[in-house]
Design a binder for this molecule. Structure first.
Ligand SMILES: *[C@@H]1O[C@H](CO)[C@@H](O)[C@H](O)[C@H]1NC(C)=O
Ligand SMILES: *[C@@H]1O[C@H](CO)[C@@H](O)[C@H](O)[C@H]1NC(C)=O
Ligand SMILES: *[C@@H]1O[C@H](CO)[C@@H](O)[C@H](O)[C@H]1NC(C)=O
Length: 475
């Protein structure tokens, strides 16, 4: 049977002339439409369509006779050849269209061709050139989406959004995972008793208040936690720093070390992978921490969850006070005093009581539920907008911040908008010099749900300005 077919084809081949054969081949090839340029276009500068032009009017329309021999088959020089599966002659693009030949099986981007397997990053998504000549991109929601920035800035939300290069290229999930880092307080902590505040004499609360103005030089600048999910350590250290400075009337103005907490407060804490503020306060009370200068923040480079070894040890010197037994883990600071706090106390969620506390005793710590739009906050009074890159996307994470004051602002319609002033830990190029304002009196993003204050542990000795530098001092 097989033999018979071969014989018949041989006879047929003998019978047809070469142009006849081209037509038969051409028809079958067009029907089968097998790709001609799987390995790229060979001999793109050769003379093929140029030859057909001598005998036929090719290049335009469909003309199955516009063929030339190419390798062991034929190629086409009519417009019909340029389809998904190309059987065009190598010089079709150059000769007929006057454009460079595409690299078949590759993907085009910005006028350039890339081989399959090539990749590029589109914001937070990796795009890969597939075998089909199409780019396929991951579909993550990015932390910065132009559409979200534009929607916030077009709308009348009371605040404006901006792009931040430090967030560009991260996904929303990464932002929530690496830039926050406060565990929601447990149920028993959340139901911790609130302190009773005497509001009977109806204290005078000004419409504007700034801790930095009342206590100049004692309110610390916002730090930058980088891709370290340790706002639990940053907000606690920041509030304790301000409180110690205020309470000692400026005899001590330490900026306490978040890294000391991140690396050494390991009991149920996960360093740069998140932690609890009640645990941080426990450590500040029982163990204490040194200053940021002594134990500088060392943001994780590779794996954010990696925990660095604790480099600071201390011992009890009686009456609950402690002293460092090791030097500062850096070559330039000798000041390894340990600073401690008293037990933290919880304030009520009443706006006026929080205000009174800040005005009388200094900044407080608050938790904050962070949604995607908060990352792009630039200025104004923040309120969660519901504007999001993907409408169903309602992801959020728990963060903690330091409230340092409040104010109010009238808009052009005459309406008054009350706000808190709070310090974040995303560096000073974020928001309003590292601070943000957020709607006050309506528990916006739970900012009034869990508010904490604490005193520094300060002795008379501290107040007389002879706070010693203990063991490990280099002279
Ligand atoms: C050839 O194919 C490319 C890519 O599919 C297309 O952009 C172009 O318009 C086509 N040209 C003609 C003449 O059909
Ligand atoms: C945001 O900033 C990054 C880095 O500066 C830049 O590459 C990107 O194009 C910007 N995105 C938008 C939407 O402006
Ligand atoms: C409060 O501070 C804001 C911002 O600085 C300012 O616009 C506003 O006028 C102030 N309000 C009062 C009553 O001082």
């Amino acid at each position: 049977m097989m033999r018979l077919v071969v014989v018949v084809s041989a006879v047929l081949l003998l019978m047809v002339d070469s142009s006849m054969m081209e037509r038969i081949l051409s028809r079958s090839r067009r029907e089968l439409a097998s790709p001609l340029h799987t390995q790229g276009i060979r001999d793109a500068s050769g003379s093929y369509c140029q030859k057909t032009q001598e005998r036929l009017k090719c290049c335009h329309g469909r003309n199955d006779a516009c063929t030339v021999k190419y390798l062991d088959t034929i190629c086409y020089c009519d417009q019909f050849c340029n389809r998904t599966v190309s059987d065009c002659c190598p010089d079709f693009w150059d000769h007929c269209l006057g454009i460079p030949a595409p690299i078949i099986g590759s993907c085009k981007r910005d006028g350039q061709w890339f081989h399959s397997g090539a990749t590029y990053k589109d914001n937070c998504n990796l795009c890969t050139c597939g075998k089909n000549g199409q780019w396929a991109c991951e579909q993550h929601v990015c932390l910065i989406e132009k559409s979200m920035i534009d929607a916030v800035n077009r709308g009348n939300y009371g605040w404006k959004a901006a792009n931040y290069s430090q967030f560009w290229g991260m996904s929303l999930d990464e932002g929530l995972r690496y830039r926050l880092g406060t565990r929601r307080p447990s149920h028993s902590i959340m139901s911790m008793n609130e302190i009773q505040m005497n509001m009977d004499n109806n204290p005078h609360l000004p419409s504007n208040f700034s801790a930095a103005e009342k206590w100049p030089g004692k309110i610390h600048e916002p730090l930058d936690q980088g891709n370290c999910a340790a706002s639990w350590a940053f907000s606690t250290a920041a509030v304790a720093s301000d409180r110690i400075s205020i309470q000692s009337m400026g005899h001590m103005t330490p900026q306490l070390s978040p890294q000391n907490l991140i690396s050494c407060d390991r009991r149920n804490q996960d360093g740069c992978a998140g932690g609890r503020i009640d645990g941080a306060w426990w450590f500040l009370r029982r163990r204490g921490v040194v200053t940021e200068e002594c134990y500088p923040f060392n943001p994780p480079q590779q794996t954010p969850a990696e925990i660095t070894r604790c480099m600071m040890q201390s011992r009890s010197v009686g009456r609950g006070k402690r002293q460092a037994t090791t030097r500062c883990p850096n070559g330039y600071s000798y000041h390894n005093d340990i600073y401690q706090s008293t037990p933290p106390y919880r304030l009520s969620s009443n706006e006026k009581e929080i205000m009174k506390e800040i005005m009388e005793n200094g900044p407080v710590q608050a938790i904050l539920e962070v949604y995607g739009d908060f990352f792009v906050y630039k200025t104004g009074i923040y309120r969660h907008t519901g504007v999001s890159a993907v409408s169903q996307d309602r992801k959020h994470g728990t963060h903690s911040v330091r409230i340092t004051g409040w104010g109010e602002e009238r808009d052009y319609t005459g309406r008054t908008h009350k706000y808190w002033i709070a310090a974040n830990s995303w560096g000073k190029n974020w928001g309003e010099n590292g601070y943000f304002r957020i709607a006050r009196g309506e528990n916006e993003c739970e900012i009034e749900a869990f508010v904490i204050g604490a005193w520094g542990r300060i002795t008379m000795e501290d107040m007389h300005g002879n706070h010693h530098h203990h063991h490990g001092r280099r002279k």
